[in-house]
Design a binder for this molecule. Structure first.
Ligand SMILES: [Zn+2]
Length: 338
């Protein structure tokens, strides 16, 4: 509850005139790190090593790195490979007076076409603002590692509250909690990031860096000082921020140019999604039976001109698709070469 105390201290500083900042420095920020899954709950087990093993390694490195800072008390929901319900994790956070819970995860998709990092946050009120601001810090760190930024997201469940149990159970207890999906274990774009102890350690160090920046921490040896760092200020939303449930409205593919062999093709793609940004595009030369790997949508808003190498061979129907931040896709019209 450090932030509240900080606000009160600043208030006193203004009105009392000689605010003693040390008054709140004695009250550490309480951070709970939650290694996702554990015990019989393996998490993603696409690889021989299940997700629960990766999340534990990263969590231990994150804790070690974060404890190099003053003014922070770090807990883990569990340090052994045990089953623990999401409610138990939230109750643990409550029992230690958590200011924030960070639930660490690794992702995969079917059919293994997605890549990059994302952070899921609470959908309501101050928890949303806090979640968004800290999520922004995590994604800055992961982008520096070369990972694709899949964005900051909310997800609403059938009861109109947060879909993800750890976020919902923490929200019930008024504790901000975010799910950090570091990268995708089943995609060649991301896989190198989990294949060595050094890379997993880097995730832990980056996670700690994000949290240190968000809370404005100063390292014990005084070499790192984030006390004047300003994390993104996010206004408290008036109502619940819901996820986008509709695909981009359309995708228009317009032929610009192609080589005589019909191998290279330049197309201008125009799409529209008023609720969430466009994220990837792909193309098919067999009318959607198979697709190219997803490419980042780097368009200027809703328009992007792409040149693709379709290879030689028969083309039974050239089409494109675009997906938005919530992985909802829309397919284009067909391209006729002549
Ligand atoms: Zn997970």
């Amino acid at each position: 509850m450090k932030r509240l105390i900080l606000v009160v201290a600043m208030f006193l500083a203004v009105f009392v005139g000689a605010g003693n900042i040390d008054a709140y420095a004695a009250e550490p920020v309480v951070v709970v790190i939650d290694p996702g899954h554990g015990g019989s709950n393996l998490g993603t087990n696409y690889l021989p090593i299940p997700e629960k093993a990766y999340t534990m390694v990263v969590a231990l490195h994150m804790k070690e790195q974060l404890e190099k800072y003053d003014g922070v008390k770090v807990y883990m929901t569990h340090t052994e490979d045990v089953d623990m319900s999401l409610t138990e994790r939230a109750k643990f956070a409550e029992s230690v007076g958590a200011d924030f819970l960070f639930s660490l995860h690794f992702n995969m998709s079917l059919p293994h076409n997605l890549y990059g990092s994302e952070v899921w946050i609470p959908s309501l009120g101050m928890l949303y603002s806090q979640g968004y601001s800290v999520a922004n810090e995590f994604l800055i760190q992961f982008e520096e590692m070369g990972l694709f930024n899949r964005g900051i997201k909310t997800r609403i469940g059938q009861y109109g509250t947060d879909y993800y149990g750890i976020i919902n159970q923490c929200a019930i207890r008024n504790i901000p909690a975010v799910i950090v999906e570091h990268c995708h274990v089943d995609n060649t774009n991301d896989i190198a990031n989990i294949q060595s102890e050094n890379k997993l350690k880097e995730f832990g160090v980056r996670d700690a860096e994000a949290v240190a920046r968000y809370f404005g921490l100063v390292s014990k040896d005084k070499t790192v000082d984030y006390s004047s760092y300003a994390p993104l200020a996010v206004p408290v939303p008036a109502q619940r921020v819901c996820n986008d449930t509709s695909a981009p409205l359309y995708l228009d593919a317009k032929l610009v140019d192609y080589d005589k062999a019909g191998r290279y093709l330049t197309v201008t793609l125009t799409s529209q999604d008023d609720e969430s940004p466009l994220q990837y595009y792909a193309y098919s030369i067999d009318n959607g039976a198979t697709w190219s790997p997803y490419q980042p949508w780097l368009g200027n808003g809703n328009v992007m001109t792409v040149t693709v190498n379709m290879g030689f061979g028969k083309k039974s129907g050239i089409i494109f698709k675009v997906s938005n931040k919530y992985d909802l896709t829309t397919v284009s019209n067909g391209i006729k070469l002549r």
